[in-house]
Design a protein around this ligand. Structure first.
Ligand SMILES: [Zn+2]
Length: 259
């Protein structure tokens, strides 16, 4: 084999490796959200957040130094480029995985961050909110989960205050499966762009998945503006899951929160 061939082989190995990593991170995204597959975990008791890292060798990252969620504080002012949203009406399936209610998204929607494209895979909810803003907790938080072609993950988070009934949320709530593991198809696709505030200013930091395997290296963007949902909508979510689904706040350690 000459040098050129070796170089080529190394390159294709790298491509295969990247593809493998991508399918792994997407697989862990789905295991993270699939009760019943992988090692079981929960939000309280012996399998609760304090013990996630001990439940499985795959969950070692849960003890990492760049974990989510966090209390967003000590902001560093900088020139953040706006997130470019390019969402189609593609939310076509609602899943109850026992840990959250999740709307799966058809391919073709995404965001652009600093010139890099991330495809929207799904969005799901936490009650009460996982992240806090300047010490404030919110009754509900949505996470829009995106993946780039190299496997890098980017989450956009939106807080909800208690207020008026949210009609877009209602489209997902209408078909909310009652039992863990149940999934239903939606008659009318949900447009995630309608479930974002008008002002898209955001806080940025580096974190992790907030559920096992807690993989780090996730780009986090928490929108400064919030939306409203009614008390009935928030209660229906918590009642259907049967428990709160927020991981406790993790230490920022030496991370900076940009705004
Ligand atoms: Zn989440």
């Amino acid at each position: 084999m000459n040098k050129q061939d070796a170089k080529h082989l190394n390159k294709s190995k790298k491509v295969i490796m990247n593809k493998l990593l991508l399918s792994l991170s997407i697989a862990s995204l789905s295991t993270a959200v699939f009760a019943g597959s992988g090692t079981q975990w929960s939000y309280s008791g012996k399998k609760g957040p304090d013990n996630w890292a001990q439940l499985s060798a795959d969950y070692y990252a849960c003890n990492g130094k760049s974990q989510s969620p966090v209390n967003l504080t000590g902001f560093i002012e900088t020139d953040l480029t706006p997130i470019e949203f390019d969402y189609l009406a593609g939310g076509n399936e609602v899943l109850n995985n026992g840990h959250t209610i999740q709307v799966n998204y058809q391919a073709g929607s995404g965001i652009k961050l600093d010139g890099k494209t991330f495809e929207l895979k799904q969005f799901h909810f936490h009650a009460p909110s996982e992240n806090h803003i300047k010490g404030e907790s919110f009754p509900l938080e949505a996470h829009y989960v995106h993946a780039a072609s190299d496997g890098e993950l980017a989450v956009v988070a939106v807080m909800f205050r208690e207020g008026a009934k949210n009609e877009v949320l209602q489209k997902a709530w209408k078909g909310m499966p009652k039992k863990a593991g149940e999934k239903i198809g939606l008659y009318e696709n949900i447009q995630a762009a309608n479930l974002l505030p008008d002002n898209k200013d955001y806080y940025r930091f580096t974190g992790s998945l907030t559920t096992p395997p807690c993989s780090e290296g996730v780009r986090w963007h928490v929108l400064k503006d919030s939306l409203e949902a009614s008390k009935e909508q928030i209660d229906l979510f918590t009642h259907t899951l049967g428990h709160d689904n927020n991981r406790p706040i993790q230490s920022l350690n030496d991370r900076e929160v940009l705004e």
